[in-house]
Each structure stands twice: as C-alpha cells, then as structure tokens.
Design a protein around this ligand. Structure first.
Ligand code: DX5
Ligand code: ZN
Length: 221
C-alpha cells in the first residue's frame, strides 16, 4: 500500500510536538524532517534538536532528508537524536563520497536512502542502489515547501526500477515536493510507493481525510 510521509516543514513550529502527534494519529506512515543548511540549499531549517523533538512525539519512523553539505559530519548526531532513516542527496555539492556516506549511515544502524534533484539523472544512484532502502525522486527543486509539482521527472521512476531489477535490489521509490490530489494518481501510477507531503497534510483542515485521499491516489476519499 502507498505510504504517506508527513513533512513537518509545513507544520506549525510553535506547536511542533502536537502537530507530529496529529499527523501520527491521522494515519501518516512516517514523519519526514527536512534538514537545510543554507549551503546546499539557500534556506536554513533545523537540525538535531528538532529531530530529537520529533522522535519524542511519535513511535512512527522518522526520516531526515539531508539538504546539507557534508552530511557525513552529522550522521552520528542524527542517529543519536533518534532518526530511523537518512536520505542523502546524490549531488557532489552535498557529499563527495556518496557510497562511503551511505555505508557510514548503515554502520550507525540507520536505514540509508538517496535523493535525486530534478536535474539529476537516475543513473547517479545506480551503483549505490544496493545500499538503499529508498530512493527519493524530488518532484520540485529542493529548499522550500509549497512549490509546483514537476511531472516531467516521473519517468525517472521506471528507469530506477529497471536498474534496481537488473541489480537484484529494488529500493522503494518516494516522491517529494508539490504532492497533491492533482498529481498523486500520476505519481503512484509511475511507481511511487511513498508520498512525501507537507502542505497537502499540514495545511488541510482534516489531516486524516487528506492522508487517506492522497494514499488512494485520487480525491475519492
Ligand atoms: C522540499 C522538501 C519537501 C517539502 C515538501 O525541499 O524536501 O519535503 O517539505 O513540501 P510540499 O509538500 O509543501 O511541497
Ligand atoms: Zn523533503
């Protein structure tokens, strides 16, 4: 079944624990924490203390999407803060030695995943697929919530699945950015198994109805 990851970037930070608990109760399968450093992306968001606070508010898996330079310097701290999974950008502007960074994450007991920016070809992830539980295909340029979904990146998903099949290891595919009822059907049809959503959950009047509708891939719910 399609999973929904609630991205706290769109939550009310003044009531963060309450917002995480509300998303948990509403049926979110996991909580997605966007770490931004003002270098890999222009904005600065939050880091270890917020991961710790999110961890304390839910038993659901917590994943950290690392939009930062040199993520290898922080993996230990994110693991100790209680993250279950880290998602590392494949671009060299983030980490120079991607394979080593993913091995480091796994050695810390974290599940590893990689992230592809819209301009990054799926082949950039090919030789690290066996280390990954998840590949996240960005459907907006990273760095902010509320951006417009880019349908042209969806064909990457089929290419990733074919590469994974050839290697005998198919990570789950996630999509992140601009996900709404207008495009969740297309994303699921293209092969996405995890929908990362900020605005579409935390700006909804009814989080449970929003999550159920997104998961269903249409506005039926
Ligand atoms: C964007 C982040 C996303 C963001 C998605 O750089 O990686 O996780 O929170 O937010 P929406 O769903 O509002 O596009
Ligand atoms: Zn994200």
């Amino acid at each position: 079944m399609t999973q929904v990851a609630a991205s706290i970037l769109a939550a009310d930070f003044g009531r963060l624990a309450e917002e995480v608990r509300a998303a948990d109760r509403a049926g979110a399968d996991l909580i997605h924490v966007d770490v931004m450093d003002g270098r890999f992306v222009p904005e600065i968001s939050f880091g270890t203390p917020v991961i710790r606070a999110v961890r304390a508010a839910t038993r659901k898996p917590v994943e950290a999407h690392l939009m930062i330079a040199e993520p290898e310097r922080h993996l230990d701290s994110f693991a100790r803060a209680g993250a279950d999974r880290v998602l590392v950008q494949v671009e060299a502007a983030s980490t120079t030695h991607l394979h080593a960074t993913l091995l480091q994450a796994r050695a810390l007991g974290l599940e590893a995943g990689v992230v592809l920016d819209p301009a990054t070809p799926p082949e950039a992830a090919e030789w690290v697929l066996p280390l990954c539980g998840v590949v996240l295909v960005m459907t907006v340029n990273p760095g902010a919530g509320g951006r417009t979904f880019l349908p042209e990146v969806l064909p990457k998903i089929g290419r990733l699945c074919a590469m994974g099949a050839a290697l005998g290891h198919c990570p789950r595919i996630a999509v992140d950015g601009g996900i709404s009822l207008a495009n969740t059907g297309a994303a699921i049809a293209a092969g996405a198994e995890i929908l990362v959503t900020g605005t579409a959950v935390f700006h909804a009047a009814d989080y449970a109805a929003a999550i159920a509708a997104l998961r269903g891939g249409s506005d039926r719910a």
